[in-house]
Design a binder for this molecule. Structure first.
Ligand SMILES: [Zn+2]
Length: 235
């Protein structure tokens, strides 16, 4: 991983190519990992200059308290469709299993193991459960808005993406991040509409945003929600 010296601080960063971007962007996530998103063909030699130009902002971001990493212990709060659910580790079983109780507890049966081992297992079990919910909930939203907007994906993928909520490829593939299932339904719908509008406007120019706004007049508050709470959905 490349590094750069910023006022006696060594900052490591990764670089990811984003063909649809016109300009590079710097992203700092809740764990203070720095990622530089660059358009295709952007010179790697220009990246240190870019980071230096944004030194003040970057150091500010790195000094901000990060999102605490989850410990995957009983009582910890996660969200499902924007509502809190509290983690509840129950007696050990031969196989990890997860279910949501009527009183909004996310019950996880854990297999034997302790400390980091157990946390890893709980995390894996929760990831599986949230992924399954995403597979249940997201496709009907895409189907609904495809009809409404007369814009259809050729293929829908629901996967894990490190720094994206979704994307739409020019071949018609629409991909959504399963982590969205933790967000309120209105936010999920905004991302779905955003990606479907890319079927007509494969860019982020003003005509694209005007079309999203027409289809989704509440988009500003949904984008704001992602900006404020998005990092909490990564654990
Ligand atoms: Zn987009």
């Amino acid at each position: 991983m490349p590094t750069i010296e910023l006022e006696s601080m060594t900052v490591a960063y990764s670089v990811e190519e984003r063909p649809r971007r016109r300009y590079p962007a710097i992203r700092v996530d809740g764990q203070r990992c720095v990622t530089v998103l660059v358009p295709t063909g952007y010179s790697a030699l220009a990246i240190p200059t870019l980071l230096l130009q944004h030194k003040r902002w970057l150091l500010g971001q790195l000094a901000r308290p990060g999102v605490p990493l989850k410990g995957f212990q009983t009582g910890e709060i996660f969200t499902y469709l924007g509502l809190p659910v509290s983690l509840w580790l129950t007696a050990q079983a031969s196989r990890a299993a997860v279910h949501l109780t009527d009183d909004r507890r996310l019950a996880v049966q854990v297999t034997s193991g302790c400390g980091d081992d157990q946390a890893r297992m709980v995390r894996a079990a929760l990831t599986g459960w949230f992924c399954d919910r995403a597979q249940d909930v997201l496709p009907p939203r895409v189907a609904h808005y495809s009809q409404a907007l007369k814009a259809y994906p050729n293929e829908l993928k629901i996967r894990e993406y490190k720094s994206r909520w979704g994307f739409c490829r020019t071949d018609g593939l629409i991909a959504l991040n399963w982590r969205l299932i933790q967000a309120p339904l209105a936010v999920i719908d905004y991302v779905v509409v955003h990606e479907l509008i890319h079927r007509t406007y494969p860019h982020h120019q003003p005509t694209f945003w005007a079309a999203v706004k027409r289809a989704r007049p509440s988009m500003d508050s949904e984008r704001e929600w992602l900006k404020t709470h998005g990092q909490e959905l990564f654990w």
